[in-house]
Design a protein around this ligand. Structure first.
Ligand code: FES
Length: 112
């Protein structure tokens, strides 16, 4: 796993949704009830930009057709049968970091 520092994000209790780049991934950072979550910014339904959606009841809602995804697990709501990738977030003294696992890291883990 590789950690990427994301600029322009402060750790605060203010809610926010912002799209950032972490390596080659577009990541949607969600500040919700004092915690920060990281999900893929691309909606698996039809490619909507989740970072222009909104958050309600711990779900990130896509603005295009209102599919929703759990901000903890990325799991789609009942009946959707889909998910978005979620990423680890670390709040360090010098900023916010997002952990991205590469395809090769996943392969190595699978064969351990
Ligand atoms: S593109 Fe996101 S719900 Fe359809």
């Amino acid at each position: 796993m590789k950690w990427y520092k994301v600029p322009g994000i402060e750790n605060s209790d203010k809610p926010f949704i912002k799209k950032v780049k972490a390596g080659n991934k577009s990541v949607c950072l969600v500040g919700y009830e004092g915690k920060i979550f990281a999900l893929s910014a691309k909606c698996p339904h039809a490619g909507g930009d989740l970072s222009v959606g909104w958050c309600k009841d711990e779900k990130l809602i896509c603005p295009l057709h209102r599919y929703s995804y759990d901000i903890h697990t990325g799991k789609g709501s009942t009946g959707q049968n889909d998910y978005v990738d979620v990423f680890l977030v670390e709040i360090r003294k010098d900023g916010i970091y997002v952990g991205i696992t590469s395809f090769w890291d996943k392969i190595k883990t699978a064969f351990k």
